[in-house]
Design a protein around this ligand. Structure first.
Ligand SMILES: *Cc1c(COP(=O)(O)O)cnc(C)c1O
Length: 473
């Protein structure tokens, strides 16, 4: 590259970004492409010689945005949000420009000290007691893996890392059957095995049954297995299943188990004191994960991992070969010792920017709006004779089905899948499905940072209009 002028091109990129954000409402939320469309536009091999930034940028504009699902679209109601505050996006630009490797205090003192402060700001924002310290992991999957590894090492008196798992007693971890697949994957990766994740049944309120948990632990001990920990769910991914945190924590404490709370999505709502009843008793947990990259406005990747006592986590994950030692600095934090990865990005800057730009009141107002809009949409759909709400709103998430008259469950499942496909192909809004107790349902979640009441109005119009057009053939 000969003509690269960083200043000029970063101005161009900034202009493009501002135009892009303004254009979102006019774009389909999900792109209109089929698998292979984008790959077909790219050369088979890398260029031997550098190309002009003009050509690279032109190809970017031509190929990439039309092939993107626009997660910052105000009418994105699928999955869970991965919303991004404009101030957070700006912070990412700056962090990208410095491109620091933030593994140790001395490799980025400002990043480390800002991260310590921002985790504590988040702790206060979520109403957690000061005993909790923490780290910004990349994702909840990583935080949960770290928690499961800590359960493992603690239960084995730190023999697992040294001796391996061969010949050790089988460790058992408990969670309701409604928890996220990242718990299962953490069991695989930690070498504990899927079969040792004991899925506890849930009651009518979708919460783990305490007595079933107690019974499972008792039976395991009787059979010579080693109970290690429990994963408590606050806001499950499918339909928002939530355990009774205080009750499960009390039992886990009695049993000497390590407690990890997965509040990856719902945790952001804890900035609002009125929602904290949903995780009452959480102070008893050993480890808690909340993703500010889901619903608080931090661009991917930003997962706040709180621990009551960092020592077991560090004893599990800190490794210090000579080339990573820091001499002559007492009491420093090296965040690579709190996670699986060594090299890490500067994640705290976006948290600092977004919390200052919006303030806690701004963040609360947005989440309150999202919850209120989801509740009112659920009410409106419930009032339509041909729609049914399958699971009621848990914060900003509910699930529904279109049910025009008497049909078999199979026919209804097929009809709702067709409805979903038609809505998503049109692109005005974006929804996803799940199964709930064996039935196909459509999920609705608000959470985009720029979502407004009118966008939820549009969702109502699109859903009802498309469903009835489908029915009428
Ligand atoms: C999204 C989600 C996860 C996984 O989060 P990642 O950050 O993508 O790994 C885990 N648990 C729950 C409840 C979630 O909603």
């Amino acid at each position: 590259m000969t003509d690269f002028d960083y200043r000029q091109w970063s101005h161009r990129a900034a202009d493009w970004a501002a135009d892009y954000r303004e254009s979102l409402r006019d774009r389909p939320v999900r792109p209109q492409c089929v698998p292979g469309d984008i790959a077909a536009q790219l050369p088979e091999a890398p260029p031997e010689n550098g190309e002009s930034m003009e050509a690279i940028f032109a190809d970017f504009e031509r190929i990439v945005p039309p092939g993107m699902t626009h997660w910052q679209h105000p009418r994105f109601f699928a999955y869970f949000p991965a919303n991004a505050a404009p101030a957070g996006i700006l912070a990412e630009q700056l962090a990208g420009a410095m491109a620091a490797q933030c593994m140790l205090w001395q490799t980025s003192p400002a990043a480390t000290e800002l991260e310590i402060k921002m985790v504590d700001w988040l702790r206060q924002a979520f109403g957690l007691p000061p005993v909790f310290k923490g780290v910004l992991q990349d994702t909840a999957s990583s935080a949960t893996l770290c928690a499961i590894l800590t359960m493992r090492e603690r239960a084995l008196d730190w023999r697992g890392n040294k001796e391996g798992l061969f010949g050790q007693p089988a460790l058992r971890v408990y969670a309701s059957h409604r928890t996220h697949s990242s718990i299962d994957k953490a069991m695989w990766v930690a070498g504990l095995g899927q079969d040792n994740l004991v899925k506890i049944p849930t009651d009518d309120s979708l919460a783990m049954e305490r007595d079933a948990l107690a019974e499972a632990i008792r039976r395991d001990r009787e059979n010579g297995l080693l109970p290690a920990g429990v994963v408590v769910c606050v806001g499950g991914t499918s339909v928002g299943a939530t355990d009774r945190v205080a009750e499960i924590c009390a039992l886990a404490k009695e049993e000497g188990l390590f407690i990890h709370v997965d509040a990856a999505w719902a945790g952001s709502a804890m900035v609002c004191p009125e929602f904290r009843y949903l995780w009452e008793g959480v102070e008893a947990a050993d480890s808690i994960v909340i993703n500010p990259h889901k619903w608080l406005g931090a661009p991917m990747e930003c997962s706040a991992h709180f621990v009551r006592d960092p020592k077991p986590l560090l004893k599990t994950l800190a490794i210090q070969p000579e080339y990573l030692k820091t001499y002559g600095k007492e009491g420093i934090v090296n965040f690579s010792e709190w996670s699986v990865q060594l090299g890490r990005r500067f994640r705290a800057l976006k948290v600092w920017f977004l919390m200052r730009a919006d303030g806690l009141e701004g963040l609360r107002a947005r989440i309150r709006d999202h919850v209120a809009w989801a509740e009112s949409l659920a009410e409106r759909l419930a009032a339509e004779p041909d729609f049914e709400i399958v699971t009621p709103p848990m914060l900003s998430l509910f699930s529904f089905r279109y049910r025009p008259g008497d049909m078999t469950d199979e026919a209804l499942d097929a009809l709702n899948l067709r409805l979903l496909e038609r809505i998503n192909d049109e692109g005005e809004i974006y929804l996803t499905q799940t199964t709930h107790d064996g039935r196909m349902v459509i999920r609705f979640v608000t959470g985009a940072f720029d979502c407004q009441a009118e966008d939820v109005e549009t969702a109502f119009a699109v859903i009802t209009r498309t469903a009835r057009a489908l029915r009428d053939g």
